[in-house]
Structure formats: structure tokens, C-alpha cells
Design a protein around this ligand. Structure first.
Ligand code: NAD
Length: 471
């Protein structure tokens, strides 16, 4: 069945809503909405009992207006072709919003990673990479994958190893994929980047006193009651940063069920409990919630869906009690649900902005791989020496002596992690300013998603026109 969840249709409808605010000709809008290329292929997978099954896989490149294209690889038994195209399209808009110079892409393999052995996972990943290499759907200047649902650093390490083996002269081969382990050319801070970016986005949203008053909330993140659906890479990290920022985690969900405690849940204790008992349920002091999706309807200030798409739909949106929905997952809210939330005065912070921290830090990793040097390596010592000379000059001019504590609070070169986090913070802050700014310019824009799409479509459309890439 084509587009069984309606995800691609939802993304295209969000595009159309925003496109109506641009002055671009319809033909240009049609071109930038359409996907550029899609590679669909199958390969065999051998099982321990000797049987063989056929695995379906895809790589979708949505927009070639900038190269390379960029987007994660998803391993899921339920993934389908329209989902991959929808996710590739979202990547185009996401990259434009945070000003990283990539077109959008997405890949997927239709397997349940929980049901495969480690050996099978490695064989699937290496075979998938081979197929992409054969068709020129991967490469530092062509198409650069990253982790997504069901994949992580381990899979990215297999991909780069396969790519390097097949391109022995490739000086820039490490830049063929991001989200790698640091020991394999990855960058510090990438693992937690999407969650940290979500935290920065929420902090910006909560810092606007006027918006918070309209929502009936106080300014700032401290004390806000937060619910998180999905405790994978994105969900775990955003929950961690929110808790560290003073928010109270009142509900947490995984696929087997959810738990709630209005007084707060200790994230690390919950993670340890799930590791030990193989379930999030029956956490001491918390109430069990089944089915898991009911967690979305808990009383809270901020709801963070961070698992899968189409979780907030017309059927459950009327029962959502959160005042802010921060989209950690891609496409968790359908357009019908968004209309209902808008009518209830709920603020939806859209995926194409909110979860763009991952691709932002992937961009830094790609730059690091291409430059073949760690950020901070060249200038750290020089900066420290300059700062010490400045202290000495001030001491000489004023006759005062600084303490060692004063000195060490100021004199330090920035290491890679500090620079990555600073670049991420700047990116998320500036992007929110753009989205909020365009909404103020067009008071008839109904929501932040339309504003975010408009920011992106304007950038991509201008890029097409300036390139003159029409035959
Ligand atoms: P992940 O595989 O690390 O984690 C997903 C988690 O959700 C898993 O722990 C899984 O068990 C859980 N889950 C599955 N079904 C669930 C359900 N019905 N209820 C509650 N939990 C459920 O994946 P991830 O990388 O964290 O990606 C999650 C979402 O964020 C996806 O939509 C992905 O496209 C999006 N995203 C990821 C990144 C990234 O950098 N990894 C970046 C941007 C967006």
C-alpha cells in the first residue's frame, strides 16, 4: 500500500501551507517539493537455520540543490518507501533552516534490528553500503548518511569501514558518513547532539515571556513538567538535558509501556531499572500506563514525542493536555492533529527546527573529516598564551595581582566538545530567531511549522533561482 500512514502526504501538505506565503511561481514550488532520486533495492539475508529472506532497502535523495545530500539511515520492520521519501524531504527543509549546506536524503532497511544477530546486522549494513557505493548513492561529496531510528555509531563504523575498503585512494573517505564513533573519525558531542539541540530549542521557546504568558506558563524551563515518548538516542538525551535544566520528568514511555509520577522520575534510575528488568514498567513509586501511547495524554507543560511519526493524530489530539509539543521525532504530529492543537492554543515546535541539532553537529563532523584536523588543535595553546600575556599586561598597568582562580577561570583554550556545543547553541538560537521573525512579519501564518517551512522554502527557492538549474 502506498503511503500507509499518510506521512509523505502530511509533509507535502505542510509544504503547501507555507508555499502559499511565498511569491515563487508554482512550477518552481512543484520542483522543489518533488524528490530528485530514489534507489530501491533488495538483497538476500541468510539466517542461522540456513534459510534466506529478501530484505527491502531504499535511499531517497530529495533535493540536489546543494551537494552532498544528507540524512540518516533507519532500520525498522515497518518502514516503507513513502516514509523514506517523507523523511528525505524533511531533511531538505531542516538543513535549510539551520544553514548547513546540504540537500536532504534518507535511507532505510526493512529489518527489525532487535530480531537480528550482531553478525547479521553487520552483514546487512555492509551489503547496504556496497549497494549504495555501486550506484553512487554514498560519498563525501555526493550523499552522506548518519544514524536514525534503529541505527547508531556501530552501524556508522561498519559503513565507513566498507566505504574505505572499496575506495582505497579516497583521501576524504572518512567524510562519507557521520555519527561515527570518535575513534573512527566521529566528533565529540554528536551522540547527544539531537537531544541537546532540542533542549536549546525549548530553552529559546520558554525564554519568550510574551509567548509563555499566552500559553499560561511561566518564563524559563525550571519547574516545567515534561513527558518524553521514546528513550532512544533522541529521547534519552533530551530528557537528560531537560532534567539537568530544572524541568521535572513526569512521564516516560517506551514501546512496552509507560510510567508516570507527578513528583518527578529520576531518568538514570529509570534507565537502570529498564536495563535490569527489561521493562520500563513497575518502576518504584511510579504508576504504570498501558498502552504506552496513553502517556501522550498526561497532564504536563511540555510533551516531547521522540520515538516515531504519526503519534499525535486527530483521534488523540483533543485529549492532549500539554501546552507545548516539542517534536523530537520526525513527523510525530499529523496536520489534522496540529489544527486541533492550534485551536486549543498549544504551541507545536516543529521537527524541522527542533530536532535539527543532529544534522548540525553532523555538519561539524563532516568539516572535521574533510579538514583532517580536530577542532581547536591549531589555536588552543596560542589562545591560552595570548590570554596569559593580557593578564600580565593588566597586572603591570594596574599594579594589581590576579589570583590563580581568576586566571584559570579565564585562561583556557576551547576543546572540541566545547566548540561543538557552542556552534550548536548558536545555530539553534539563530534559527529560532529567524522562525519567530518571519512569523512576526506574516501575522496570518497560523503556526511555527508553517513559519519554519517558509524560512526553508525561501532559502531553497532562492538557491534554485540563483543557480538557474532549469534546462
Ligand atoms: P532510537 O532507535 O535510538 O530510539 C527510538 C526509541 O523509541 C527506542 O528506544 C524504541 O524502543 C522507542 N520506541 C519505539 N516505539 C515506541 C513507542 N510506540 N512508544 C515509545 N517508545 C517507542 O532512534 P532515535 O535516533 O532516537 O530516533 C527517534 C526519532 O528521532 C525518529 O523519528 C528519528 O527519525 C528522529 N531523529 C533522530 C535523529 C538522530 O540524530 N538520531 C535526528 C533527528 C531526528
Amino acid at each position: 500500500m502506498s503511503d500507509p500512514t499518510g506521512f509523505l502526504d502530511n509533509v507535502n501538505r505542510s509544504f503547501d501551507r507555507a508555499a502559499a506565503f511565498t511569491g515563487f511561481p508554482q512550477g518552481l514550488l512543484d520542483e522543489i517539493k518533488a524528490g530528485n532520486s530514489l534507489y530501491r533495492f533488495e538483497f538476500p539475508l541468510r539466517h542461522d537455520d540456513g534459510s534466506i529472506t529478501v530484505v527491502q532497502a531504499w535511499r531517497a535523495e530529495h533535493s540536489h540543490h546543494k551537494l552532498p545530500v544528507k540524512g540518516g539511515i533507519r532500520y525498522s520492520a515497518d518502514v516503507n518507501e513513502d516514509e523514506v521519501m517523507a523523511l528525505a524531504s524533511l531533511m531538505t527543509w531542516k538543513c535549510a533552516i539551520v544553514d548547513v549546506p546540504f540537500g536532504g536524503a534518507k535511507g532505510a532497511v526493512q529489518v527489525d534490528p532487535r530480531k537480528l544477530t550482531l553478525d547479521q546486522l553487520e552483514r546487512v549494513t555492509r551489503r547496504y553500503t556496497h549497494e549504495l557505493i555501486k550506484k553512487n548513492f554514498i560519498g563525501p561529496g555526493v550523499d552522506v548518511p548518519a544514524p536514525d531510528y534503529g541505527t547508531g555509531e556501530r552501524e556508522m563504523a561498519w559503513i565507513v569501514d566498507t566505504y574505505q575498503a572499496m575506495t582505497p585512494d579516497g583521501l576524504d573517505a572518512l567524510a562519507c558518513v557521520t555519527g561515527k564513533p570518535v575513534s573512527q573519525g566521529g566528533i565529540r558531542g554528536r551522540r547527544e547532539a539531537t537531544g541537546r539541540g532540542l533542549f536549546f530549542a525549548l530553552r529559546e521557546v520558554c525564554a519568550r515571556g510574551d509567548d509563555m504568558r499566552t500559553l499560561g506558563l511561566t518564563t524559563g524551563l525550571a519547574g516545567k513538567r515534561v513527558v518524553v515518548q521514546g528513550l532512544g538516542n533522541v529521547g534519552y538525551h533530551v530528557a537528560k538535558f531537560c532534567q539537568e535544566g530544572g524541568a521535572i520528568l513526569v512521564g516516560l514511555a517506551e514501546y512496552e509501556g509507560a510510567i508516570a509520577n507527578p513528583d518527578g522520575l529520576d531518568l538514570e534510575a529509570v534507565v537502570a531499572h529498564r536495563r535490569d528488568t527489561k521493562s520500563i514498567l513497575h518502576f518504584p513509586g511510579a504508576a504504570n500506563i498501558t498502552p504506552s501511547a496513553d502517556v501522550l495524554e498526561l497532564a504536563c507543560d511540555v510533551l516531547i514525542p521522540a520515538a516515531l511519526e504519526t503519534q499525535i493524530r486527530a483521534d488523540n489530539a483533543p485529549r492532549i493536555k500539554a501546552r507545548i509539543v516539542l517534536e523530537g521525532a520526525n513527523g510525530p504530529t499529523t496536520p489534522e492533529a496540529e489544527d486541533i492543537l492550534n485551536a486549543k492554543g498549544v504551541m507545536v515546535v516543529p521537527d524541522i527546527y527542533a530536532n535539527a541539532g543532529g544534522v548540525t553537529v553532523s555538519y561539524f563532523e563532516w568539516l572535521k573529516n574533510l579538514s583532517h584536523v580536530r577542532f581547536g588543535r591549531m589555536e588552543n595553546r596560542y589562545r591560552e598564551a595570548s590570554q596569559l600575556r593580557m593578564f600580565a599586561a593588566i597586572e603591570q598597568a594596574t599594579g594589581k595581582t590576579f589570583t590563580e582562580a581568576d586566571r584559570s577561570a579565564v585562561v583556557k583554550g576551547a576543546d572540541e566538545l566545547t566548540l561543538v556545543n557552542s556552534g550548536l547553541e548558536e545555530t539553534m538560537t539563530a534559527a529560532y530567531r529567524d522562525i519567530r521573525g518571519i512569523r512576526e512579519q506574516h501575522p496570518s501564518i497560523p503556526d511555527l511549522r508553517t513559519a519554519a517551512f517558509l524560512v526553508a522554502i525561501e532559502k531553497v527557492g532562492r538557491s534554485y533561482l540563483e543557480l538557474g538549474i532549469f534546462p
